[in-house]
Design a protein around this ligand. Structure first.
Ligand code: ADP
Ligand code: ASP
Ligand code: MG
Length: 833
């Protein structure tokens, strides 16, 4: 077994300080030390710097995890040798890139380190000796190995410094704290003895006051680098990693995270403290006092400038620079109705937690002092609760305090930025963004510095919350997960329109509509990534995709990691409309040209209204009435601005509009029906149009929008289909179309005799009476000035009493209907911004 105490650097009584040199410390993380090629490339990154270049290294990528696993295995009595051998082989293979001879000094040194490692693992397995020290030595072996490889790669002239020879630290609750005097003295000794120009230093490892090996904690080599920047009196520190710099959020959780040009020390500290792995939370402390600029750079992309962390940073466009997450926390809440106004309550609680060695991430207290909440690490929650219960035992017995509640499975999301100081509305924007993404906030804290707002939320909501908050501060586009049902004519036209517009929309308006599912009545296709709308329907052809299951479809669209979800129903199915209440209640926005929900059963209509309120979701259906015309929009605006509706009348069917626009007596009515059918203006069975039912549905939708609880049965509908032809098969109907001609011609003649013409009109009068049918109208009526398939809606209101407000234009066809649907989709997306 190897010796328990590290090699001693003899200390002179009053060590002389070496002369100060211009110095630039570089640190390479494990991600920059993945293999021999990375290690070789490192020489180029530190090459053109005339200053003294201490290079602080982490272990090769994955090594520390492997070493921790080896120590755990040894302690647990498992066989650690195979893992040890894999690690040894990896390091020897890497060494071969720098030293051809397997018997050379580098290989020998690596073998020597592995022999010591095996001794330590053996000792750990035997359960004898100082376990903490053995653990630290095993965990820290990776840096001893990597520093040898890096030294070989950098070439002759480079010294190697085992940080355990000079860096003296003391482990504490807040992490390792440096004994600066002792460390400085030891380094001075070492430098006098070695007089190096350049030196490779082991990161992560250190010694304690008794000379035993210890570490700075996981990810601690950033901290090592900053400590050595201080000890070497460096004027610059560069931390090389595998991302372009500090990003606005963890890129693994927020793929749209952006690289920050600059940050202040305070911002970087907050982000690191709240979990941004790119920087160890203690990193900036050693350089802060000296104002040393720290740059985070990408060793795989050295052309990128990286992020500069300096005492102050220039204000950015957004008050929030970045967001981070602390996973695996719990909330402890002391509830004490009888403690209101009792001084020292918080002090007693936190003193108890401190004594129990529980570290507190966040504190939140209402001004009533009725309860105090704090967030602690999940693995310390039970200990924390017991400590508080013990500290308040007397108050609990007296009934002054009700006890301590623990909530598990939480995380803390923190928004950080110097720009938040004195900027109003930052918290509101964060809370609003989270609310829109259906994230419930359990506790809130804002530091007095106003540099950070943190909220405790459910762990299950973490990614969705992070993305929603990121978008809420304009750091990335608002992402909406979209599903389209019904790839008929309108559905296809919508997808084609989406394909043309989406890329520009993302760039210009900050909305990222991500098509993640399409469904027909039979099949559906779900995708985790974004589908190309131009080809999405192909995925439903034949037996492609999977059988349609609307519940599974909705569950997929409402992905837990995406902030917003929307289903666009372009089917004409009542079964799909029947799902709206449950979708809306689950927070999924619904957009549709399907008239079934708006004009169907009243109970379902009421359930939809209740579900939108409870789910805070939106239901838009502009295209149900006038296709792309702003009919519902106009009505809503009139009412919302306080106007009073007196009546609605107009032409709500493009098919019937065309028929009566064309019916001038020169051709029989039956010939016009045949032509309209050939042009595709009618349904395959023209009676679906001629019955007036579709128009009646639209009128019901408008009436309900105006607050009248109308149902289809309340509309007096005149069907144009003669009684005798209503039940016959469609072919027989088409054969006997001429039976309509005589009565229809008679009506036209009668109207003309009065100086009028015929139009198919839907009418809602002031008393709420609704009717649909053919009317004779004078030549100056607005409906007599329509063309082709124009729809026309007249709103007579208190403000528009003498001259009604008219909305007119083509009201049918897949393209304009799809555009009406798209308009609703965008209205929802923009409201999220
Ligand atoms: P190294 O091995 O260089 O020390 P780390 O893996 O410790 O690298 O840290 C870099 C990683 O931190 C990145 O690859 C990234 O996945 C993660 N990370 C988390 N939050 C952030 C953030 N806000 N900015 C940049 N990277 C982050
Ligand atoms: N190698 C150590 C770890 O993985 C230290 C570091 O990488 O910063 O935690
Ligand atoms: Mg790191």
């Amino acid at each position: 077994m190897s010796s328990a105490v590290l090699s001693e650097v003899p200390l002179a009584a009053a060590p002389a300080q070496p002369p100060a040199l211009a110095c630039h410390v570089h640190k390479f993380g494990g991600s920059s030390l993945a293999d021999a090629a990375c290690i070789r490339a490192l020489a180029g990154l530190v090459a053109d710097d005339a200053r003294l270049r201490p290079v602080v290294v982490s272990a090769m990528h994955g090594t520390t995890n492997a070493l921790v696993a080896l120590a755990d295995a040894a302690r647990g009595g498992a066989d650690w040798k195979p893992g040890w051998d894999v690690l040894r082989q990896r390091h020897l293979d890497t060494a071969s890139a720098f030293e051809a001879a397997p018997a050379g000094s580098l290989h020998a040194a690596i073998e020597g380190e592995f022999a010591l490692l095996a001794d330590d693992l053996q000792a750990l397995a035997g359960g004898s000796g100082d376990m903490a020290k053995l653990d630290a030595r095993i965990h820290g072996a990776g840096e001893l190995l990597s520093s040898r490889l890096v030294q070989a790669a950098l070439g002759p002239g480079w010294q190697r410094l085992d940080a355990r020879d000079v860096l003296v630290v003391q482990a504490g609750e807040m992490g390792a704290s440096v004994d600066w005097d002792a460390s400085r003295a030891r380094l001075a000794q070492w430098r006098l003895a070695n007089a190096p120009r350049d030196v490779v230093v082991t990161g992560f490892v250190a010694r304690d006051a008794q000379g035993r090996a210890t570490t700075l904690g996981r990810n601690g080599s950033d901290y090592s680098a900053a400590i050595f920047a201080n000890l070497f009196d460096a004027d610059a520190l560069t931390i090389w990693t595998d991302v372009d710099g500090v990003l606005s959020a963890d890129p693994r959780l927020v793929p749209d995270a952006v690289c920050l040009d600059a940050m202040s020390y305070a911002e970087a500290c907050e982000l690191a403290y709240f979990g941004a792995k790119v920087l160890h939370p203690q990193t900036l402390a050693p350089v802060q006092g000296r104002g040393v600029p720290v740059r985070i750079r990408n060793s795989r992309n050295p052309a990128a400038p990286g992020t500069l962390i300096a005492p102050d940073s220039a204000p950015a466009a957004s008050p929030v620079k970045g967001l981070s997450l602390v996973p695996d926390v719990a909330v402890l809440e002391l509830v004490g109705n009888g403690l209101v106004g009792v001084p020292g309550m918080a002090e007693r609680m936190f003193a108890a937690l401190n004594r129990a060695g529980v570290s507190v991430t966040m504190i939140s207290q209402g001004s009533s002092e009725h309860s105090i909440c704090c967030v602690v690490r999940a693995d310390q929650a039970e200990r924390g609760r017991d400590a508080i219960v013990a500290a308040f035992a007397d108050a609990i017995v007296d009934g002054q305090a009700q006890g301590v509640a623990v909530t598990h499975d939480l995380c803390v999301l923190a928004a950080v930025g110097d720009g938040m100081v004195g900027t109003q509305g930052v918290a509101a924007r964060l809370f609003d963004g989270l609310a829109q993404a259906r994230v419930n906030i359990r506790a809130i804290a804002q530091g007095a510095s106003e540099r950070n707002i943190s909220v405790a939320i459910a762990q299950a909501d973490a990614t969705r919350a992070l993305r929603a908050a990121h978008a809420a501060f304009w750091l990335s586009p608002q992402t909406v997960s979209v599903g389209v049902i019904g790839p008929g004519q309108v559905g296809k036209a919508l997808l084609a329109q989406l394909a043309g517009v989406l890329p520009g929309l993302r760039a210009q308006s900050g909305v990222d509509l991500r098509l993640r599912g399409v469904a027909s009545s039979r099949r559906m296709h779900l995708s985790d990534g974004a589908l190309d709308p131009a080809h999405a329907v192909d995925a439903l052809r034949g037996e492609a995709g999977q059988p349609c299951d609307l519940d599974a479809f909705a569950a997929h669209i409402r992905a837990s990691h995406l902030p917003h979800a929307m289903i666009v129903d372009c089917s004409a199915s009542d079964a799909v409309a029947a799902r709206y209440p449950q979708w809306l209640a689950a927070g999924i926005h619904v957009v549709t040209p399907n008239k079934h929900a708006g004009s169907g059963d009243w109970a379902r209509y009421a359930a939809i209204a209740a579900a939108r309120r409870s789910g805070q979701s939106r239901f838009l259906y502009e295209a149900t009435v006038g296709a792309g015309l702003p009919v519902i929009f106009t009505l809503r605006n009139l009412l919302d601005t306080g106007d009073t509706l007196h009546g609605i009348d107009g032409m709500l069917s493009g098919t019937l509009a065309w028929l009566f626009n064309s019916f001038d007596g020169s051709r029989p009515f039956s010939a016009l029906v045949r032509e309209a059918r050939a042009l595709g203006y009618t349904e395959p069975d023209p009676r679906d149009d001629l019955s007036g039912l579709d128009v009646a549905r639209k009128l019901v939708i408008l009436a309900r929008e105006a607050g009248r609880p109308l149902s289809l049965d309340d509309v007096a509908v005149e069907s144009l289909v003669p009684e005798a032809l209503r039940e016959v098969p469609v072919e027989a109907f088409l054969d006997r179309l001429e039976e309509m001609d005589v009565p229809m011609q008679a009506r036209l003649d009668a109207a003309r005799a009065d100086g009028c013409g015929l139009r198919h009109i839907a009418k809602l009068d002031q008393g709420g009476h609704a009717s649909v049918g053919v009317r004779a109208l004078p030549a100056d009526h607005a409906c007599m000035h329509t063309r082709l398939t124009d729809n026309l809606v007249q709103f007579t209101t208190a403000r528009y009493a003498d001259n009604p407000l008219v909305v007119q234009g083509p009201g049918a066809g897949p393209q304009v209907t799809a555009a009406g649907v798209f308009g609703d989709v965008l209205a929802i997306a923009h409201a999220l911004r």
